[in-house]
Design a protein around this ligand. Sequence first.
Ligand SMILES: Nc1nc2c(c(=O)[nH]1)N[C@H]1C(S)=C(S)[C@@H](COP(=O)(O)OP(=O)(O)OC[C@H]3O[C@@H](n4cnc5c(=O)[nH]c(N)nc54)[C@H](O)[C@@H]3O)O[C@H]1N2
Ligand SMILES: Nc1nc2c(c(=O)[nH]1)N[C@H]1C(S)=C(S)[C@@H](COP(=O)(O)OP(=O)(O)OC[C@H]3O[C@@H](n4cnc5c(=O)[nH]c(N)nc54)[C@H](O)[C@@H]3O)O[C@H]1N2
Ligand SMILES: [Mo]
Length: 750
Amino acid sequence: MRPDINNAEYILYEGAFPGHSGKPMQTIARQIKFGVNEGNLKYSVVDPVLVGGAVTPLYKRGEWVPIKPATDNAFGMALIRLVIENERYNKKFLSSPNYDAAVSKGFNSWTNASHLVIDDPEHPNYRKMLRAEDLGLATGKDEKDIFIVIDNLTKQHDRFDKVKEADLFFEGKVTSVDGKEIQVKTSFLHLKDSAFLHTIKEYSNACGVPEEKIKEIANEFTSHGTKVAMDGMGSTATANGADITMVSYILMSMVGSLNKKGGAIIRRNSYKSASDGPRYRVSVIPDAPKKSGLRISRTGVSYESTSEYKNKVANGENPYPSKMPWHPVGSASDNQAIFSIVNKYPYQAKIVFNWMANPLLAVPGAAKKEVQEALKSTDNVPLFISCDPYMGEMTALADYIIPDTTPYESWGLANIEGNFSGKGLTLRWPIVEPATPKLPDGRHTSFETFIIDVAKKINLPGFGDKGMFDANDNLLPLNCREDYFLRGIANMAYDGEPVSDISKDEIDMQDLENLIKDWKDSVTEEEWPKVLKVISRGGRFEDHGAGFDGDNHKYPYKGAVNFYIESFANGINSMTGEHYRGVASWNPESFSDGTLISDVFPESKWPFKAANYKPKFRTISMLSNSSIMRELSKHNYVELNSEDASGLGIKTMDLVKVVPATGGDFTGYALVREGIAKGTIGIAYGYGHWQYGSTEYSIDGKPNGGNKELGAGVHLMNILDPKVDGLFGISESSTGGPGRNGGAYRIEKV
Ligand SMILES: Nc1nc2c(c(=O)[nH]1)N[C@H]1C(S)=C(S)[C@@H](COP(=O)(O)OP(=O)(O)OC[C@H]3O[C@@H](n4cnc5c(=O)[nH]c(N)nc54)[C@H](O)[C@@H]3O)O[C@H]1N2
Ligand SMILES: Nc1nc2c(c(=O)[nH]1)N[C@H]1C(S)=C(S)[C@@H](COP(=O)(O)OP(=O)(O)OC[C@H]3O[C@@H](n4cnc5c(=O)[nH]c(N)nc54)[C@H](O)[C@@H]3O)O[C@H]1N2
Ligand SMILES: [Mo]
């Protein structure tokens, strides 16, 4: 979810820099400016780096609060402690055990704060939420997850969905139908216990934010009703980043601001398109085989379900540790996949197909020479294909490169990443003929052409003459990219109330007749006027502000915000066999087996942590497209706080060597300034390329590239996890999230 900047009164940015990066930086900058000048918006940007953006002397209502990298959990838990201690939370909201109860009190979201958790180590469902069946209560045939709360009126336990006002503070025994007593405690109290493990002073020492500032922010956050929100990503991309994600939703739930105007609203609030839609079942594969197999990234899978674990147990061995970490809570992840491929674990990749990704730079530690060597070895990767319009770092290692199209040459359906309350979906259509090679049948090479042709060759369902269903389950061909995209656009045009037909004038004005002549058959005669209407407008959008019904977002996220998270509490660290905590807490950065990074690499020898941030004048990969943008920042810097720098005798533009604790030194120009937290190295991402034209390569014997300017600057080499047997980039243990910020480094003057 994302802040509704247009209507918010206070936003806490915790690792997202408004007006500098974010999605997209221009819109966020503009909305902040309006919020400040015409609304009542105030904001705090808690970040190790002051990059500029919307924190400048001109924006008087925004402040920068420096924080040590990878310590946001300490800051966040301090806020939670203060909010609980000073009863600044909205009790009416938190004691609503279901969505309808919360709505009846003027809110538009709900939490499990009042739900009971089984707190008895002897109980078979210890660590789980208390459910109706634990008490022997009858439930409906298809009902599951009937959680239990204590009703504030009757003081008796009841189903969560039958109660309007539940006890937030219950701790004690409940009795099942057959008279057994179960020790339970509310989610809220679990969180409270965790927050009270440390004092505000301890939290403040850990994160470097003064106690007074933490108190001020706790106060500010709870002084605007539901018109507050929190956003952040940099803080979550750390080896302890799962907790700060929880903290963010919990803090917003302390005041009930989710799904409220001026609070946080869902992003990607979109029309149906390349999905099972009103005109075409684009995402449904006719005769699809059943899904099977195991994701290579080891994410979203518990180690206990693997054959490695079962075999070890069957042989009477201690199953822990696993060879590499398994991440029970996560979703698909390229940073984990790459290390699986490199280590041939849990299985060997036979064919690697890379598209629109450059993991060598994007994944912590993957820029290491050893990772590149492993990817090049046919022993690890027998066949490596990359589809890319550019000679990216990853692509340069491939056996085959399929030239792909760029945005002006291709179709695209792109979601809106927040900042807009209504439904919306953008689309782009090819406006120039692709510069990629032309095939004998007139199509150009591209990702879609490659996928369709290979699929047809190996007889995969979902392609060729019987490739797709329309809404009436008639089979239609899927032979070119337009069959896919135009039907997606037809779905979009007909989703809900269909759009009106385009007029003849508009068709002529944009020469749309010519655009469609080659793809007449992809959609029906009847659909074209509506498809063109959407094409002519670059998408379909509700009116500005149409997403609100009074003070409520019309498209609320209806799941509960979990104060106690069962999936974490029941997840097991595959390296140690220990359970994760079910509630947010302050845990300093650690390696996958729980050893603190600072125990392995003590701060006395490795005094710096890294903060990597998005570059202002380029996107992550794209730097060769505009020499004007390149002129504005020819290279990046190793940015240091002036106190740290003077201790090391470093001045701006000195050459300095950054030494990551696990090797991979790099040398760059120092920039000494006040806008960096102490003990932090700030480095802009997207520099230090060794491909993208910076190294020469040849095509059909003709030299290409070789422009050193394209590779200027440094790429932050993150540390590896020495506790794993094999190459492994530092990551968050429960989810597998990348640990690109934080770590352990030292700096030497060259
Ligand atoms: N100009 C520009 N804009 C972009 C992009 C780009 O490449 N260039 N990329 C786009 C993409 S893909 C994305 S996902 C968004 C991301 O946009 P943002 O969410 O803003 O992402 P980042 O710049 O990666 O990180 C945000 C901030 O986190 C800070 N940070 C680093 N470590 C920590 C930490 O431990 N704690 C805290 N509190 N902060 C920390 C960084 O200093 C940075 O200022 O930007 C998009 N917009
Ligand atoms: N150290 C560090 N790591 C990071 C981040 C960071 O801030 N610091 N940011 C993270 C974030 S938020 C993100 S989103 C990821 C991004 O990580 P990736 O998505 O892996 O990387 P990109 O550089 O955005 O682009 C990937 C590839 O797309 C290709 N490409 C560009 N345009 C096109 C096109 O039109 N068609 C095709 N087919 N290919 C194209 C480029 O050549 C490149 O090889 O990086 C993450 N990793
Ligand atoms: Mo991103």
